[in-house]
Write a protein that binds this ligand. Structure first.
Ligand SMILES: Cc1ncc(COP(=O)(O)O)c(C=O)c1O
Length: 386
């Protein structure tokens, strides 16, 4: 499954921040709308015998999906349109459906907990072998690749923020005959483009940064391999994991400001991480921007930024972390991430979270508010522990 297609996109000469704004607009005819319309129709008038490309039924395809699929593909550097699905998990399930029953999957130990849950379910029901690895330990990953059908990379990982050496893992994965998939949700295509590093397929929970406003649940798959795109599209049609047109329209509207949001939230995150480092109420802080962070060097060479998620362990263990969450007035206590609003949660409040995630770890999603307001709220909450 590694047939690669040329990366050329007609708008490739434009900067990514420009493409986020312009790709997927209607034509420039006088009187045309600037934005693609939302088409709310489950079915289409038939021309009798269906012609090529004719719209048929909204589970198979709608014109409201297409501009978003084109725009994400452009940002991820492929000329093949992306495939939008009803959630990030639907996108992941679609990619994982490429693994034969009884196959072998090597997966990041700290991938999103529900991704791991899906893989465990496959192991139980279809005899799939699932091997969990430390994705930032390239040698340890390579040692498990023999006979693998799929290497599932997540980078940076949720919530431990490990950074994978994607080019090295792609080379080793392909040598072993495995499909290499990357969940690039935390990075966004503005910060990391795994297809350019040779990965076969990339998924995003578009719920997070791509849509960016905590108002939709969506997923998207992109690849340079037409067979993968066709298979994921067929999965979507067969399993009915389709997105509503209005949700996709909202996601495209959100995508238009991706560059602004990522730039601001990354800058906020780096500033806050630097201030947390050495704070008297902090035991540990993880953000790849910090020079001492285990992911710093790799992120500096492979990514165009350090992302907007911080891992924080305050004084006082899980109780201390819960106290911080309770004391905050501006940061929103909520699961999910990647919205314009700053939010956080203690991940081990979920019984299903990996036991190797520290009990006191707060995953903080830094938004686009004024950094001084965010800091004042966080500093005051942390000081309740002293
Ligand atoms: C890294 C990552 N991948 C996938 C998902 C799943 O996405 P969704 O909630 O849109 O199904 C999430 C959700 O938190 C995530 O953080």
């Amino acid at each position: 499954m590694t047939e690669q297609h040329a990366a050329a996109h007609p708008q490739d000469s434009l900067a990514a921040s420009t493409r986020a704004v312009v790709v997927g607009r209607p034509g420039r005819e006088q009187g045309a709308p600037v934005n693609p319309p939302v088409v709310l129709s489950s079915t289409y008038v038939s021309a009798g015998i269906q012609g090529p490309g004719e719209k048929l039924y909204a589970r198979i395809g709608t014109e409201t999906w297409e501009p978003f699929e084109e725009a994400v593909a452009s940002l991820e550097s492929t000329e093949l349109p992306g495939v939008v699905l009803s959630s990030g998990m639907a996108a992941i399930a679609a990619v994982v459906s490429l693994v034969p029953a009884g196959g072998r999957i090597v997966v990041a130990r700290h991938a999103y907990q529900v991704t791991l849950g899906l893989f465990d379910d496959l192991a139980e029901r279809y005899g799939t072998t699932v091997v969990r690895v430390d994705i930032d330990d390239t040698d340890a990953v390579v040692a498990e690749l023999g006979g693998a059908d799929l290497l599932w990379v997540e980078s940076p990982t949720n919530p431990m923020l490990e950074v994978a050496d994607i080019p090295a893992l792609v080379a080793a994965g392909h040598e072993a005959g495995a499909l290499v998939a990357v969940d690039s949700t935390f990075a966004t295509p503005l910060v990391q483009r795994p297809l350019e590093m040779g990965a076969d397929v990339v998924v995003h929970s578009a719920t997070k940064y791509l849509a960016g406003h905590s108002d939709v649940v969506l997923g998207v798959v992109v690849s340079r391999d037409a067979r993968i795109v066709d298979a994921v599209r067929a999965y979507r049609t067969l399993h009915g994991a389709i997105a509503g047109p209005f949700e996709v329209w909202l996601a495209l509207r959100g995508l238009r400001t991706l560059a602004l949001r990522v730039e601001r939230s990354q800058a906020n995150a780096a500033e806050i991480a630097a201030r947390l480092h050495g704070h008297p109420a902090v035991v540990d802080v993880r953000h790849p921007s910090l020079p001492g962070d285990p992911g710093h060097e790799r992120a500096t060479s492979l990514m165009e930024g350090y992302g907007s998620i911080i891992g924080l362990r305050p004084l006082g263990g899980a109780d201390g972390a819960d106290k911080v969450v309770d004391a905050l007035r501006l940061w929103v206590p909520a699961t999910s991430l990647g919205g314009v609003e700053s939010s956080l949660e203690r991940r081990r409040r979920f019984a299903t979270e990996s036991l190797t995630v520290p009990e006191d770890l707060l995953r903080m999603s830094v938004g686009v508010e004024d950094v001084e307001d965010l800091w004042a709220d966080l500093d005051a909450a942390l000081r309740t522990l002293l």
